[in-house]
Design a protein around this ligand. Structure first.
Ligand code: PLP
Length: 400
């Protein structure tokens, strides 16, 4: 431990990775664990995208590329932003990286220094606060309420901004709540942001395609073009194209920021995989005609979980309009006693109880900055999901 740099003390291991490790250990010991902890669709990457990757290998697209991505990929990204979001970027305003995660990390590392604050609305994706801490910044968590649909309110944003604020991170559809900001809501946040020229905005749109609502997906740079020079719009193919393992994300923003992110990338990982870049060109250019079918399947699964959660006494959730998580309130179940006599004091205890006694993995809300909740990821096979719900129902019925 004496060899570790002090910066490592500022971060925790990702709780989502920790639950996956626990699940693997259970499975290795012969237990039939159902994993509702993972932020990943179970759909296969569509065949035409896989084929584009195979073709790239066969054709010898297997060498270094430009650090920020090939010209073909940049064109596909620019066309996507224009076509689907109404935002126009030049080639020096877009970058591809090894997952959206790397781009978010590099953007923060390039701009945040000691004393800088980053506003993170809670519930939040687990990695934001730790990335900010690694960059020596100060995560400023702003709680959002279930009664507000888990969305940041303009007055709370205004109250959180100080002279030290460097970034605000917006994530819609949201992990873990599934909340989706409509254009009008973004507009009212934009009105606050227009008054604070020292603040950059990260729009994490990674779940863009997983949007059930008739209320359309919107993103800040489109809704308020006057802010465009201060917004980093982050996206990728992990969620919408079921390509988590390909590790390909992309972002659009002001050229100075993209260039800084590119410098960090050039001195660390260099270009994202050439094969993944070729596959992503196919993904973005051939569109996601399959998404309607995916959303139908996900809606069915979401309804399975919603029916389960709302039938259990002391457990409740609102229907999430996006992403593939149900964020369930379990506050009334806390304080109860398990059949073996343990008291479930926290949401973490509750998640541990479900894992140990029902063999269902979920994630406690406190990992996302919202204690008293449970995140249930439902992107798994219907039958397994039904079985998981039956197990959760049984485990809850045994609490006293
Ligand atoms: N942002 C959010 C909100 C996420 O949930 C995730 C993945 O779980 C990411 C970013 C990272 O995605 P990628 O696989 O592109 O790195």
């Amino acid at each position: 431990a004496e060899f570790l740099a002090p910066r490592l003390r500022r971060v925790r291991p990702s709780p989502t990775a920790a639950i996956s490790d626990q699940v693997r250990a259970f499975i290795a010991s012969g237990s039939d664990v159902i994993n509702l902890g993972e932020g990943e669709l179970d759909f296969d990457t569509p065949a035409h995208i896989k084929q584009a990757g195979i073709d790239a290998i066969v054709q010898g697209d297997t060498k270094y590329t430009a650090v920020a991505g090939t010209a073909a990929l940049k064109q596909a990204i620019i066309a996507k932003f224009t076509r689907e979001n109404g935002i126009s970027y030049r080639p020096d305003q877009v970058i591809a990286g090894s997952g959206a995660k790397q781009l978010i990390f590099n953007a923060l590392l390039a701009t945040v220094s000691a004393g800088d604050q980053v506003i993170i609305p809670a519930p939040y994706w687990v990695s934001y606060p730790d990335m900010v801490a690694l960059a020596e910044g100060e995560p400023k968590i702003v709680p959002c309420l279930e009664s507000h649909g888990w969305k940041l309110q303009p007055e709370d944003l205004a109250a959180a901004i100080t002279a030290q604020t460097r970034w605000v991170i917006l994530n819609s559809p949201n992990n873990p709540t599934g909340a989706v900001y409509c254009a009008k809501e973004l507009k009212s946040l934009a009105a606050v942001l227009l008054e604070h020229p020292q603040v950059l905005v990260m729009a994490d749109d990674i779940y863009e395609q997983i949007c059930f609502t008739s209320a359309e997906f919107a993103t800040l740079a489109q809704v308020e073009p006057r802010l465009k020079d201060r917004i980093l719009t982050v996206n990728g193919v992990s969620k919408g194209y079921s390509m988590t393992g390909w590790r390909l994300g992309y972002a659009g923003g002001p050229a100075w920021l993209i260039s800084a992110m590119q410098i960090l990338q050039s001195q660390s990982t260099s270009n994202p995989s050439s094969v993944s870049q070729a596959a992503t060109v196919a993904a973005l250019e051939q569109g996601n005609g399959f998404i309607r079918e995916w959303l139908e399947i996900l809606t069915r699964r979401r309804d399975i979980v919603m029916a389960c959660v709302n039938a259990i006494d002391g457990f409740s959730a609102e229907v999430p309009p996006g992403a593939f998580y149900v964020f369930a309130n379990c506050q009334s179940l806390l304080g109860k006693t398990t059949p073996s006599g343990e008291i479930l004091d926290t949401d973490e205890d509750f998640a541990a109880y479900l894992l140990q006694s029902a063999h269902v993995a979920t994630l406690q809300g406190s990992a996302f900055g919202a204690p008293g909740y449970l995140r249930i990821a439902y992107a798994i096979d219907d039958n397994r999901l039904q079985e998981a719900c039956a197990r959760i129902t049984r485990a809850c019925a045994e609490l006293r």
